[in-house]
Design a protein around this ligand. Structure first.
Ligand code: B12
Length: 392
Protein backbone atom coordinates (compact mmCIF):
# COMPACT_ATOMS: atom_id res chain seq x y z
CA UNK A 1 0.00 0.00 0.00
CA UNK A 2 1.25 3.51 -0.80
CA UNK A 3 2.14 5.54 2.27
CA UNK A 4 -0.68 7.82 3.43
CA UNK A 5 0.07 11.39 2.41
CA UNK A 6 -1.35 14.77 3.39
CA UNK A 7 -0.31 18.39 2.96
CA UNK A 8 1.16 20.15 6.01
CA UNK A 9 -1.79 22.58 6.04
CA UNK A 10 -4.20 19.68 6.57
CA UNK A 11 -2.03 18.17 9.29
CA UNK A 12 -2.04 21.51 11.11
CA UNK A 13 -5.82 21.67 10.83
CA UNK A 14 -6.20 18.17 12.26
CA UNK A 15 -3.75 18.62 15.12
CA UNK A 16 -4.74 22.10 16.23
CA UNK A 17 -7.63 21.20 18.57
CA UNK A 18 -6.11 18.16 20.36
CA UNK A 19 -2.80 19.97 20.74
CA UNK A 20 -4.59 22.79 22.56
CA UNK A 21 -6.54 20.32 24.67
CA UNK A 22 -3.37 18.58 25.79
CA UNK A 23 -1.50 21.84 26.34
CA UNK A 24 1.32 21.02 23.97
CA UNK A 25 3.28 24.18 23.16
CA UNK A 26 5.09 23.17 19.99
CA UNK A 27 4.50 20.65 17.21
CA UNK A 28 6.78 20.09 14.25
CA UNK A 29 7.51 17.54 11.55
CA UNK A 30 10.77 16.31 10.06
CA UNK A 31 10.77 14.23 6.86
CA UNK A 32 12.79 11.00 7.16
CA UNK A 33 15.44 9.93 6.54
CA UNK A 34 17.16 13.18 7.35
CA UNK A 35 20.86 14.00 7.60
CA UNK A 36 21.64 15.15 11.11
CA UNK A 37 24.02 18.11 11.13
CA UNK A 38 25.26 17.23 14.61
CA UNK A 39 25.30 13.45 14.14
CA UNK A 40 29.12 13.47 14.05
CA UNK A 41 29.16 15.46 17.32
CA UNK A 42 27.13 12.72 18.97
CA UNK A 43 29.62 10.08 17.77
CA UNK A 44 32.53 12.19 19.07
CA UNK A 45 30.71 12.53 22.41
CA UNK A 46 30.58 8.73 22.63
CA UNK A 47 34.21 8.29 21.56
CA UNK A 48 35.30 10.73 24.28
CA UNK A 49 33.33 8.75 26.90
CA UNK A 50 31.25 11.85 27.67
CA UNK A 51 28.22 9.59 28.05
CA UNK A 52 29.87 8.26 31.21
CA UNK A 53 27.91 5.29 32.54
CA UNK A 54 24.86 5.96 30.38
CA UNK A 55 25.24 2.73 28.44
CA UNK A 56 21.95 3.16 26.60
CA UNK A 57 23.50 6.13 24.77
CA UNK A 58 26.07 3.96 22.99
CA UNK A 59 23.72 1.12 22.10
CA UNK A 60 23.25 1.06 18.30
CA UNK A 61 24.39 4.63 17.57
CA UNK A 62 23.65 4.20 13.85
CA UNK A 63 20.00 3.53 14.70
CA UNK A 64 19.88 6.67 16.82
CA UNK A 65 21.21 8.61 13.83
CA UNK A 66 18.66 7.15 11.45
CA UNK A 67 15.30 5.88 12.80
CA UNK A 68 14.45 4.33 9.43
CA UNK A 69 17.08 1.62 10.00
CA UNK A 70 14.87 0.01 12.65
CA UNK A 71 11.59 1.02 11.05
CA UNK A 72 11.97 1.29 7.27
CA UNK A 73 8.34 2.40 6.93
CA UNK A 74 9.02 5.65 8.83
CA UNK A 75 8.42 8.74 6.66
CA UNK A 76 8.00 11.52 9.20
CA UNK A 77 9.03 12.23 12.75
CA UNK A 78 6.43 14.36 14.50
CA UNK A 79 8.06 16.35 17.30
CA UNK A 80 6.28 17.77 20.37
CA UNK A 81 7.39 20.29 22.99
CA UNK A 82 5.63 20.94 26.28
CA UNK A 83 6.60 23.54 28.90
CA UNK A 84 7.08 22.48 32.48
CA UNK A 85 8.22 25.87 33.75
CA UNK A 86 8.04 29.47 32.57
CA UNK A 87 11.76 30.03 32.50
CA UNK A 88 13.79 30.84 35.61
CA UNK A 89 14.10 34.24 37.27
CA UNK A 90 17.61 35.73 37.63
CA UNK A 91 17.28 35.68 41.45
CA UNK A 92 15.89 32.15 41.67
CA UNK A 93 18.20 30.91 44.43
CA UNK A 94 16.05 27.81 44.93
CA UNK A 95 17.29 26.49 41.58
CA UNK A 96 20.87 27.32 42.50
CA UNK A 97 21.07 26.25 46.15
CA UNK A 98 18.45 23.53 46.37
CA UNK A 99 16.99 22.64 49.76
CA UNK A 100 18.22 23.46 53.26
CA UNK A 101 17.08 23.68 56.85
CA UNK A 102 14.64 26.48 56.08
CA UNK A 103 13.57 25.14 52.68
CA UNK A 104 11.46 22.10 51.81
CA UNK A 105 13.21 19.10 50.30
CA UNK A 106 11.36 19.68 47.03
CA UNK A 107 13.50 22.81 46.49
CA UNK A 108 16.37 20.37 46.00
CA UNK A 109 14.54 18.67 43.14
CA UNK A 110 14.95 20.00 39.58
CA UNK A 111 11.86 21.73 38.32
CA UNK A 112 11.16 19.04 35.76
CA UNK A 113 10.81 16.38 38.45
CA UNK A 114 8.63 17.99 41.13
CA UNK A 115 5.27 16.82 39.85
CA UNK A 116 3.97 13.91 37.78
CA UNK A 117 6.24 11.95 35.49
CA UNK A 118 6.55 13.67 32.10
CA UNK A 119 7.10 10.29 30.48
CA UNK A 120 3.48 9.51 31.39
CA UNK A 121 1.95 12.96 30.91
CA UNK A 122 3.54 13.97 27.60
CA UNK A 123 3.61 10.48 26.14
CA UNK A 124 -0.06 9.99 27.06
CA UNK A 125 -0.87 13.26 25.29
CA UNK A 126 1.10 12.30 22.18
CA UNK A 127 -0.64 8.93 22.07
CA UNK A 128 -4.10 10.49 22.27
CA UNK A 129 -3.17 13.04 19.63
CA UNK A 130 -2.08 10.30 17.23
CA UNK A 131 -5.30 8.38 17.93
CA UNK A 132 -7.19 11.52 16.93
CA UNK A 133 -4.98 11.85 13.83
CA UNK A 134 -5.81 8.29 12.78
CA UNK A 135 -9.55 8.86 13.22
CA UNK A 136 -9.44 12.08 11.22
CA UNK A 137 -7.41 10.52 8.41
CA UNK A 138 -9.96 7.72 8.20
CA UNK A 139 -12.84 10.18 8.20
CA UNK A 140 -11.19 12.22 5.43
CA UNK A 141 -10.54 9.11 3.33
CA UNK A 142 -6.74 9.44 3.53
CA UNK A 143 -6.68 5.99 5.17
CA UNK A 144 -8.71 3.03 3.95
CA UNK A 145 -8.14 1.17 7.18
CA UNK A 146 -7.10 2.27 10.69
CA UNK A 147 -4.09 -0.05 10.46
CA UNK A 148 -2.72 1.87 7.49
CA UNK A 149 -1.27 4.52 9.79
CA UNK A 150 1.74 3.31 11.71
CA UNK A 151 2.82 5.26 14.75
CA UNK A 152 5.40 4.75 17.49
CA UNK A 153 5.65 7.37 20.22
CA UNK A 154 8.53 8.04 22.58
CA UNK A 155 9.49 10.52 25.25
CA UNK A 156 13.10 10.54 26.36
CA UNK A 157 13.65 6.80 26.40
CA UNK A 158 13.44 6.09 22.63
CA UNK A 159 16.50 5.91 20.36
CA UNK A 160 16.09 9.45 19.01
CA UNK A 161 18.31 12.52 19.28
CA UNK A 162 15.27 14.49 20.40
CA UNK A 163 16.97 17.88 20.59
CA UNK A 164 18.41 17.50 17.10
CA UNK A 165 14.94 16.79 15.68
CA UNK A 166 13.39 19.60 17.73
CA UNK A 167 16.00 21.90 16.24
CA UNK A 168 15.24 20.61 12.72
CA UNK A 169 11.53 21.14 13.42
CA UNK A 170 12.23 24.81 14.20
CA UNK A 171 11.63 24.71 17.97
CA UNK A 172 14.67 26.79 18.80
CA UNK A 173 18.44 26.76 18.97
CA UNK A 174 21.17 24.89 20.79
CA UNK A 175 22.42 26.55 23.95
CA UNK A 176 26.05 26.23 24.96
CA UNK A 177 24.61 24.22 27.88
CA UNK A 178 23.37 21.76 25.16
CA UNK A 179 19.72 22.54 26.01
CA UNK A 180 17.28 23.24 23.20
CA UNK A 181 16.15 26.82 23.81
CA UNK A 182 13.08 28.48 22.35
CA UNK A 183 13.64 32.26 22.23
CA UNK A 184 10.25 32.95 23.87
CA UNK A 185 9.60 29.84 25.93
CA UNK A 186 13.15 29.23 27.16
CA UNK A 187 14.55 25.75 27.72
CA UNK A 188 12.06 24.46 30.32
CA UNK A 189 10.47 22.29 27.66
CA UNK A 190 10.00 18.55 27.51
CA UNK A 191 10.43 16.96 24.11
CA UNK A 192 8.71 13.91 22.67
CA UNK A 193 8.29 12.31 19.25
CA UNK A 194 6.00 10.12 17.16
CA UNK A 195 7.51 8.15 14.32
CA UNK A 196 4.96 7.63 11.56
CA UNK A 197 4.59 6.36 8.01
CA UNK A 198 2.51 9.45 7.15
CA UNK A 199 4.10 11.56 4.42
CA UNK A 200 3.67 15.29 4.85
CA UNK A 201 3.98 17.46 1.75
CA UNK A 202 4.74 21.18 1.71
CA UNK A 203 6.85 21.31 4.85
CA UNK A 204 8.43 24.75 4.72
CA UNK A 205 12.09 24.76 3.80
CA UNK A 206 12.87 27.19 6.60
CA UNK A 207 12.37 25.20 9.76
CA UNK A 208 9.45 26.45 11.82
CA UNK A 209 6.98 24.65 14.02
CA UNK A 210 3.67 23.56 12.49
CA UNK A 211 1.96 24.76 15.66
CA UNK A 212 3.21 27.08 18.40
CA UNK A 213 5.25 30.25 18.39
CA UNK A 214 7.97 30.31 15.72
CA UNK A 215 11.49 30.32 17.04
CA UNK A 216 13.03 32.25 14.20
CA UNK A 217 12.83 36.00 14.27
CA UNK A 218 13.69 35.91 10.58
CA UNK A 219 12.09 32.92 8.84
CA UNK A 220 14.55 31.48 6.41
CA UNK A 221 17.52 32.01 8.68
CA UNK A 222 18.77 28.46 8.40
CA UNK A 223 21.99 29.32 10.18
CA UNK A 224 20.19 29.54 13.50
CA UNK A 225 22.07 26.83 15.33
CA UNK A 226 22.72 28.99 18.36
CA UNK A 227 21.74 32.41 19.63
CA UNK A 228 24.09 32.35 22.60
CA UNK A 229 26.45 34.87 21.05
CA UNK A 230 29.41 35.55 23.32
CA UNK A 231 27.52 34.60 26.50
CA UNK A 232 29.20 31.85 28.53
CA UNK A 233 27.16 32.21 31.75
CA UNK A 234 26.08 28.54 31.85
CA UNK A 235 29.61 27.24 31.28
CA UNK A 236 30.95 29.38 34.12
CA UNK A 237 28.08 28.74 36.55
CA UNK A 238 28.27 24.95 36.40
CA UNK A 239 29.43 23.99 39.91
CA UNK A 240 31.17 20.84 38.68
CA UNK A 241 32.70 22.20 35.44
CA UNK A 242 30.76 19.70 33.36
CA UNK A 243 31.22 21.50 30.03
CA UNK A 244 34.64 20.78 28.51
CA UNK A 245 33.66 23.15 25.69
CA UNK A 246 30.54 25.01 24.53
CA UNK A 247 27.75 22.67 23.32
CA UNK A 248 29.37 19.61 24.91
CA UNK A 249 28.40 18.12 28.26
CA UNK A 250 30.60 15.54 29.94
CA UNK A 251 28.11 13.43 31.88
CA UNK A 252 30.99 12.16 34.07
CA UNK A 253 31.05 15.61 35.68
CA UNK A 254 27.33 16.41 35.71
CA UNK A 255 25.31 16.63 38.95
CA UNK A 256 22.26 15.57 37.05
CA UNK A 257 23.92 12.31 35.99
CA UNK A 258 25.30 11.70 39.50
CA UNK A 259 22.03 12.24 41.34
CA UNK A 260 19.62 10.70 38.81
CA UNK A 261 21.40 8.15 36.69
CA UNK A 262 24.40 6.85 38.58
CA UNK A 263 23.60 4.00 40.92
CA UNK A 264 26.62 4.87 43.09
CA UNK A 265 25.77 8.59 43.31
CA UNK A 266 28.26 11.47 43.27
CA UNK A 267 31.92 10.38 43.42
CA UNK A 268 32.93 10.22 47.10
CA UNK A 269 35.46 13.04 46.82
CA UNK A 270 32.93 15.32 45.08
CA UNK A 271 29.86 14.90 47.29
CA UNK A 272 30.23 18.42 48.67
CA UNK A 273 29.72 19.84 45.18
CA UNK A 274 26.18 18.46 45.27
CA UNK A 275 25.25 21.13 47.84
CA UNK A 276 21.52 21.11 48.58
CA UNK A 277 20.56 19.50 45.27
CA UNK A 278 18.73 16.28 45.89
CA UNK A 279 17.76 15.20 42.37
CA UNK A 280 18.99 16.75 39.11
CA UNK A 281 20.37 20.24 38.61
CA UNK A 282 18.94 23.36 36.97
CA UNK A 283 21.90 25.73 37.31
CA UNK A 284 22.87 25.81 33.62
CA UNK A 285 19.26 26.71 32.82
CA UNK A 286 18.64 29.10 35.71
CA UNK A 287 21.61 31.26 34.74
CA UNK A 288 20.53 31.53 31.09
CA UNK A 289 19.32 34.98 29.94
CA UNK A 290 16.81 33.32 27.60
CA UNK A 291 15.16 31.74 30.63
CA UNK A 292 15.17 35.09 32.44
CA UNK A 293 13.37 36.48 29.41
CA UNK A 294 10.82 33.63 29.45
CA UNK A 295 10.20 34.27 33.17
CA UNK A 296 9.35 37.92 32.36
CA UNK A 297 6.81 37.04 29.66
CA UNK A 298 3.19 36.61 30.65
CA UNK A 299 2.95 33.02 29.45
CA UNK A 300 0.09 30.89 30.69
CA UNK A 301 1.05 28.45 33.45
CA UNK A 302 2.39 25.03 32.45
CA UNK A 303 0.19 22.03 33.15
CA UNK A 304 -0.79 21.53 36.80
CA UNK A 305 0.69 18.03 36.71
CA UNK A 306 4.18 19.59 36.59
CA UNK A 307 3.71 21.73 39.72
CA UNK A 308 5.05 20.36 43.04
CA UNK A 309 3.00 17.32 43.92
CA UNK A 310 0.90 18.16 47.03
CA UNK A 311 1.63 14.70 48.49
CA UNK A 312 5.34 15.62 48.71
CA UNK A 313 4.51 17.98 51.60
CA UNK A 314 3.61 14.99 53.78
CA UNK A 315 7.22 13.88 54.09
CA UNK A 316 10.53 15.52 54.88
CA UNK A 317 14.25 14.95 54.42
CA UNK A 318 14.40 12.67 57.47
CA UNK A 319 11.80 10.40 55.84
CA UNK A 320 13.81 10.30 52.60
CA UNK A 321 16.98 9.36 54.46
CA UNK A 322 15.35 6.11 55.59
CA UNK A 323 12.74 5.51 52.90
CA UNK A 324 12.17 1.79 52.22
CA UNK A 325 11.34 0.19 48.89
CA UNK A 326 7.60 -0.12 49.61
CA UNK A 327 7.14 3.48 50.69
CA UNK A 328 9.35 4.67 47.84
CA UNK A 329 7.16 2.85 45.35
CA UNK A 330 3.91 4.09 46.87
CA UNK A 331 5.15 7.71 46.87
CA UNK A 332 7.17 7.99 43.68
CA UNK A 333 6.06 5.36 41.18
CA UNK A 334 4.37 8.02 39.05
CA UNK A 335 7.06 10.66 39.56
CA UNK A 336 10.41 11.23 37.78
CA UNK A 337 11.98 10.62 41.22
CA UNK A 338 11.28 6.94 40.64
CA UNK A 339 14.43 6.90 38.51
CA UNK A 340 16.64 7.32 41.61
CA UNK A 341 15.65 3.96 43.17
CA UNK A 342 15.11 3.88 46.97
CA UNK A 343 18.84 3.45 47.71
CA UNK A 344 19.67 6.41 45.45
CA UNK A 345 17.09 8.57 47.19
CA UNK A 346 18.43 7.67 50.66
CA UNK A 347 21.97 8.35 49.48
CA UNK A 348 21.12 11.70 47.86
CA UNK A 349 19.17 12.78 50.96
CA UNK A 350 22.14 11.92 53.20
CA UNK A 351 24.52 13.96 51.03
CA UNK A 352 22.13 16.93 51.07
CA UNK A 353 21.67 16.65 54.87
CA UNK A 354 25.46 16.78 55.34
CA UNK A 355 26.00 19.59 52.83
CA UNK A 356 23.28 21.78 54.34
CA UNK A 357 24.46 21.33 57.94
CA UNK A 358 21.43 19.40 59.18
CA UNK A 359 22.78 18.48 62.62
CA UNK A 360 19.19 17.94 63.75
CA UNK A 361 19.20 14.81 61.55
CA UNK A 362 22.26 13.23 63.18
CA UNK A 363 20.18 10.73 65.24
CA UNK A 364 18.39 9.49 62.08
CA UNK A 365 21.67 9.31 60.17
CA UNK A 366 23.23 7.28 62.98
CA UNK A 367 20.44 4.70 62.64
CA UNK A 368 20.98 4.52 58.89
CA UNK A 369 24.77 4.19 59.34
CA UNK A 370 24.15 1.20 61.59
CA UNK A 371 21.12 -0.52 60.05
CA UNK A 372 20.60 0.35 56.39
CA UNK A 373 20.36 -2.86 54.33
CA UNK A 374 22.56 -1.30 51.59
CA UNK A 375 26.32 -1.13 52.35
CA UNK A 376 26.83 1.89 50.05
CA UNK A 377 24.09 3.83 51.83
CA UNK A 378 25.65 2.91 55.20
CA UNK A 379 29.00 4.22 53.92
CA UNK A 380 27.44 7.52 52.79
CA UNK A 381 25.72 7.82 56.18
CA UNK A 382 29.10 7.42 57.92
CA UNK A 383 30.53 10.11 55.64
CA UNK A 384 27.58 12.39 56.47
CA UNK A 385 28.23 11.93 60.19
CA UNK A 386 31.87 12.82 59.71
CA UNK A 387 30.86 15.94 57.83
CA UNK A 388 28.30 16.95 60.43
CA UNK A 389 30.25 16.25 63.58
CA UNK A 390 33.64 14.87 62.64
CA UNK A 391 32.60 11.57 64.19
CA UNK A 392 32.73 8.55 61.87
C1 B12 B 1 21.37 11.31 28.02
C2 B12 B 1 20.53 12.46 28.49
C3 B12 B 1 20.97 13.19 29.60
C4 B12 B 1 22.36 12.99 30.20
C5 B12 B 1 23.40 13.65 29.26
C6 B12 B 1 22.99 15.06 28.83
C7 B12 B 1 23.55 15.49 27.48
N1 B12 B 1 23.78 16.79 27.37
O1 B12 B 1 23.73 14.72 26.58
C8 B12 B 1 22.19 13.64 31.61
C9 B12 B 1 21.76 12.59 32.61
C10 B12 B 1 23.41 14.38 32.13
C11 B12 B 1 21.01 14.58 31.33
C12 B12 B 1 20.76 15.72 32.05
C13 B12 B 1 19.69 16.57 31.81
N2 B12 B 1 18.66 16.34 30.99
CO1 B12 B 1 18.60 14.88 29.71
N3 B12 B 1 18.50 13.67 28.27
C14 B12 B 1 19.33 12.79 27.83
C15 B12 B 1 18.78 12.12 26.56
C16 B12 B 1 18.20 10.75 26.91
C17 B12 B 1 19.78 12.00 25.39
C18 B12 B 1 20.62 13.29 25.16
C19 B12 B 1 21.61 13.07 24.04
O2 B12 B 1 21.26 12.69 22.95
N4 B12 B 1 22.90 13.32 24.30
C20 B12 B 1 23.93 13.14 23.30
C21 B12 B 1 24.65 14.47 23.11
C22 B12 B 1 25.75 14.37 22.06
O3 B12 B 1 23.66 15.31 22.61
P1 B12 B 1 23.42 16.78 23.17
O4 B12 B 1 24.19 17.03 24.42
O5 B12 B 1 21.96 17.03 23.17
O6 B12 B 1 24.18 17.61 22.05
C23 B12 B 1 23.50 18.18 20.97
C24 B12 B 1 23.87 19.66 20.82
O7 B12 B 1 24.75 20.08 21.84
C25 B12 B 1 24.37 19.75 19.42
N5 B12 B 1 25.78 20.10 19.28
C26 B12 B 1 26.84 19.34 19.49
N6 B12 B 1 27.94 20.01 19.18
C27 B12 B 1 27.55 21.24 18.75
C28 B12 B 1 28.28 22.33 18.33
C29 B12 B 1 27.60 23.48 17.95
C30 B12 B 1 28.40 24.67 17.47
C31 B12 B 1 26.19 23.55 18.02
C32 B12 B 1 25.45 24.79 17.64
C33 B12 B 1 25.44 22.43 18.46
C34 B12 B 1 26.16 21.31 18.82
O8 B12 B 1 24.22 18.50 18.78
C35 B12 B 1 24.03 17.46 19.70
C36 B12 B 1 23.07 16.46 19.08
O9 B12 B 1 21.83 17.05 18.77
C37 B12 B 1 17.64 13.14 26.15
C38 B12 B 1 16.38 12.51 25.54
C39 B12 B 1 16.62 12.09 24.10
N7 B12 B 1 16.18 10.88 23.77
O10 B12 B 1 17.18 12.82 23.31
C40 B12 B 1 17.31 13.84 27.49
C41 B12 B 1 17.01 15.33 27.43
C42 B12 B 1 18.07 15.96 26.56
N8 B12 B 1 17.22 15.77 28.81
C43 B12 B 1 16.43 16.71 29.18
C44 B12 B 1 16.51 17.37 30.44
C45 B12 B 1 15.30 18.19 30.86
C46 B12 B 1 17.65 17.24 31.24
C47 B12 B 1 18.03 18.08 32.47
C48 B12 B 1 17.63 19.56 32.37
C49 B12 B 1 17.44 17.43 33.73
C50 B12 B 1 17.84 18.11 35.04
N9 B12 B 1 17.24 19.24 35.40
O11 B12 B 1 18.69 17.60 35.74
C51 B12 B 1 19.57 17.91 32.49
C52 B12 B 1 20.27 18.94 31.61
C53 B12 B 1 21.75 18.75 31.52
C54 B12 B 1 22.31 19.32 30.21
N10 B12 B 1 22.91 20.49 30.27
O12 B12 B 1 22.17 18.66 29.17
C55 B12 B 1 15.48 17.12 28.06
C56 B12 B 1 15.99 18.42 27.43
C57 B12 B 1 14.91 19.34 26.86
C58 B12 B 1 15.53 20.55 26.21
N11 B12 B 1 14.76 21.63 26.16
O13 B12 B 1 16.66 20.55 25.74
C59 B12 B 1 15.56 15.84 27.12
C60 B12 B 1 15.37 16.13 25.64
C61 B12 B 1 14.49 14.86 27.65
C62 B12 B 1 13.09 15.19 27.15
N12 B12 B 1 12.46 14.26 26.46
O14 B12 B 1 12.55 16.26 27.37
N13 B12 B 1 20.28 14.17 30.25
Amino acid sequence: MAAPTIPATQLIEILDAPVRTHRIDLVGAVALPHDLDHGPDYLTWLTNDHHARLDYMCRDPEDRLDPTRQRPWAATLLVFGQRYVNGWAPDDDEAVDGCGEDRPWTDGVSRYARGDDYHDVLRGSIRRITVHLREELLRRGVLADAGDLQCVDAVDAGPYLEREYAWLAGFGFFGKNTLLIHPRLGSGLFLGVALTNLRVTGLADAPRPLLGPPALSKPGNEAMTSLCGTCTACLEACPTSAFPQPFVLDANQCLSAWTIEWRGGAPADRRREQGGRLFGCDICQQICPWNHKAARLALDQPRDEYAVSPAHAEIDLADLIRIDAGTFKARFRRSPLWRAHPEGMRRNALVVAANTGRRDLVPVIRTVAADDPDPDVRAVARWALTELEGDA
